[in-house]
Design a protein around this ligand. Structure first.
Ligand code: C2E
Ligand code: CA
Ligand code: CA
Length: 756
């Protein structure tokens, strides 16, 4: 069970780890995809832009070349400074061009388009903004781009382009110059190059890293064009490109490779793609802020994360629910195993499992075991059914809980036996506690409208005084309980004498076993007299003379025989011996009289009792009508559903049933009606007191009246005096037995007795 519970959480952790891995992988792939997407977009953009700018510049170069060649042929060149109508015409054809000018190699502009102010024409070689590119143009065979700058004469930001015009011998005739408009409706690049607000496209000069053209939403000309890209940034960008492409920066430039890069700038990280235009010595660069990519990633990630977290919560709840259910089921099972289903009190299993708590806690801290046993509970069960019995048990449990101390443990030991483990060890206090419990348990019960009372006996054993382990403690308390049972509703603390009694019983048991083998047992017969003074019958009484123990009275060893399983053997001996001997006597003397045999409860409850009885009767040859069986009320503690049919069967055979010790036990007078009883034996204790005790006399009168009412014969036993006999006769007693007539006699003495 614990394994399953552990496994559930193992499974959960596995599932969690699995989904975490899935989540991380998915997120990573998403991150890759977002990056990839932007890179591809930028690569495509750069391919387009670099191509467009290249062809644009090539076009301009061709125009400059044609124009320059044309104008240097003008006879006024290079001496006259003038506005040129041809240039004006070309200006209208190329709205992206701010103005044209043809400069002499010394930097002085000669021919200009008429939109430029003749008065404020700069010398291109002397003007700082143009000097460098002008010198470059002089040296170069290609068109050269100047730094983007604000040209006062045109009142515009522009990219200067210059192309040296040479004659056939290669002498430089002049430099054809134009300004490319980068702002306004008719700017060089007819639409914004960048993809959106998040993106910036820049043309950067190869030689000095000055931006040539910016395409972005937020353009600040001053800031954008007056500062070159820092050397550090450049270095890092190149390094990044080399890393991404696996090529050196020279190769990247030479092969015009589209190269991705990533650079940390002062306050943002730029993720971009660049391509070098070799011809015009230009980097074409597209950039996106890393933050933009991250944000885009987080849009998707947020949803993944939410799904992941929600999923985990749901799975966790599910597992928690399963684990809780499993836990409850387990607890339920443990509870079931350790508790009695009827009273819900802990049971023996619980005790065995928890005994260490009591025995070893606090180095053997003393405690007491109270063994509570109900008297005659079984008859309640038998009379009213098991469900009723369960109800009574629940009530018992309730009363025990109410009377036991808070920290005591109450255990249903089984049947009507309970154990109370209490920390109380002082003799007086434990006995007081036991007294309280007995008082409460013996208060009247009213269950399902039925009123009755029950008795309780308690045996007490103390730890460690009376036993170091549970078994010896239970045995000691059991012994004490049996001692208590001898007195009604009482409690006893275990004492060594009880143990001695117990051991004595063991000796008796052993000796009895041997005695049966050695023929130490024999029967005596006590005559029973009818009211006319004639012999009615005899009661067979067992006797035992043992070498070790001497004479042992039957009421000492019969109970031991019952408890030790010797009763079947002993009972059979009694039955056969009595019937056989009496048949012999009757035959020898030509007499007929009744033979009454005592049948103990265990003997009667034996499965084969009926068969044995019939066999013994047949064997003896005694007539059934002369045989009676003495049973006691304690028989009715047993299962009535079994006893009653058996008694009826015996009675139907013609064998008589005599109710021994009547009035001392449990059976109620009303119960008598249902029983096939032929004879009631008034107990000796009543007869003893008939002369001096009103209650005893009343009891005898009652018994006689009821017996007569049910047409039963009444026999008084233990009649010792004539006065007793007279009074009993007066009350209507039919038969008498006692020392007044005869003591129990051996067979020989009986023969002698009968001869008289
Ligand atoms: P019980 O069946 O009530 O037997 C009557 C007892 O009273 C006998 O004692 C008998 O000797 C004694 N008794 C008879 N008349 C007088 C009298 O006038 N005065 C006095 N003081 N006693 C008298 P016993 O033989 O010692 O038997 C005691 C009990 O042992 C019996 O009580 C019976 O319950 C049991 N018992 C004896 N023999 C047998 C037997 O063979 N089988 C079974 N199952 N139980 C037996
Ligand atoms: Ca008897
Ligand atoms: Ca008796």
């Amino acid at each position: 069970m614990a394994l399953l519970r552990k496994n559930i959480w193992m499974l959960f952790i596995l599932l969690f780890a699995g989904s975490l891995l899935f989540f991380v992988t998915l997120s990573y792939l998403r991150w890759q995809a977002v990056n990839e997407e932007h890179r591809t977009k930028q690569e495509n953009l750069i391919r387009l832009v670099s191509h467009a700018s290249h062809s644009l510049f090539t076009n301009q170069e061709i125009i400059l070349d044609i124009l320059g060649t044309e104008l240097t042929k003008d006879p006024d060149f290079p001496l006259e400074v003038k506005k040129q109508p041809l240039l004006d015409h070309l200006l209208t054809l190329n709205p992206a061009i701010v103005g044209f000018g043809l400069a002499r190699p010394d930097g002085k502009l000669t021919f200009i388009s008429s939109n430029l102010d003749l008065g404020s024409l700069p010398n291109l070689l002397q003007q700082p903004e143009s000097r460098e590119s002008f010198l470059l143009a002089l040296k170069s065979s290609r068109m050269v781009l100047g730094r983007t700058y604000y040209m006062e004469a045109a009142g515009e930001w522009l990219i200067p382009i210059r192309k040296a015009i040479r004659d056939k011998q290669g002498h430089t005739l002049g430099v054809m110059t134009a300004g490319l408009r980068i702002n306004g409706a008719s700017r060089l690049f007819n639409s914004a190059l960048h993809m959106g607000e998040f993106n910036r496209v820049t043309l950067i000069r190869g030689q000095d890293a000055y931006p040539q053209l910016h395409s972005s939403e937020a353009a600040d000309m001053q800031l954008d064009y007056e500062k070159a890209v820092g050397q550090g940034v450049l270095k890092r960008a190149f390094y990044s490109m080399e890393l991404e492409t696996g090529q050196s920066i020279e190769q990247i430039k030479a092969q015009e490779i589209i190269a991705p890069f990533r650079v940390r700038l002062a306050d943002w990280t730029s993720v971009g793609v660049a391509r070098f235009d070799r011809k015009y010595n230009l980097w074409v660069v597209s950039e996106i802020k890393l933050k933009k990519i991250i944000n885009e990633f987080f849009d998707a990630f947020g949803i993944y994360f939410l799904v992941f977290v929600l999923g985990q919560i749901i799975i966790y709840k599910l597992f928690k629910w399963i684990a809780t259910a499993e836990h409850l089921r387990r607890e339920g099972l443990i509870f079931q195993a350790c508790h009695d289903a009827v009273t819900l009190l802990p049971n023996r299993t619980y005790l065995s499992m928890n005994k260490d708590k009591w025995l070893n806690s606090g180095d053997g801290e003393p405690f007491s075991v109270l063994f509570v046993d109900m008297d005659h509970f079984k008859s309640v069960n038998d009379s009213f059914g098991h469900e009723f019995g369960d109800e009574v048990l629940r009530e018992l449990a309730k009363r025990l809980q109410a009377s036991a101390p808070e920290n005591a443990t109450i255990i249903r030991q089984g049947g009507d036996e309970f154990l109370i483990l209490s920390h109380e060890t002082n003799d007086r206090c434990v006995l007081l506690l036991a007294r309280n419990i007995i008082d409460r348990l013996s208060k009247p019960y009213q269950i399902e409208g039925i009123n009755f009372t029950l008795g309780a006996s308690i045996g007490i054993a103390k730890y460690p005084l009376h036993g170091a382990d549970l078994d010896s403690l239970l045995r000691a308390s059991d012994i004490a309980m049996y001692e208590a049972k001898k007195h009604k509703n009482s409690a006893r603390i275990f004492a060594d004498e009880m143990q001695t009694d117990y051991l004595k019983k063991l000796v008796v048991e052993q000796e009895l076993r041997k005695g049966l083998d050695n023929d130490e047992l024999f029967m005596m017969y006590q005559p029973q007299i009818n009211h006319q003074g004639h012999l009615y019958g005899v009661e067979a009484l067992i006797r035992w003379q043992n070498e070790e123990l001497g004479f042992v009275p039957p009421d000492k060893f019969i109970s031991i025989a019952e408890a030790s399983g010797l009763m079947p053997r002993l009972g059979e001996f009694i039955l056969r011996r009595s019937l056989n001997e009496m048949k012999q006597v009757q035959e020898d003397m030509g007499l007929e009289f009744h033979v009454s045999v005592n049948i103990s409860v265990r003997q009667f409850m034996q499965a084969n009792f009926m068969a044995l009885l019939l066999d013994a009767v047949d064997e003896s040859g005694l007539s059934r009508v002369f045989i009676s069986l003495e049973i006691t009320e304690s028989l009715f503690i047993e299962d009535l559903d079994y006893i009653l049919p058996l008694l009826n069967q015996i009675h139907d055979l013609g064998i008589q049933i005599s109710m021994d010790d009547f009035g001392t036990g449990y059976s109620s007078l009303s119960m008598l009606r249902a029983l096939p009883v032929d004879e009631l034996k008034i107990d000796k204790s009543f007869v003893d007191n008939i002369l001096n005790d009103d209650a005893a006399r009343k009891m005898i009168q009652n018994i006689i009246a009821i017996g007569k009412n049910y047409e039963m014969a009444i026999l008084a036993e233990g009649v010792e005096t004539q006065a007793q006999a007279d009074l009993l006769t007066q009350f209507g007693c039919d038969r008498f037995q006692g020392y007044l007539y005869s003591r129990p006699l051996t067979v020989e003495n009986l023969r002698a007795y009968l001869k008289i």
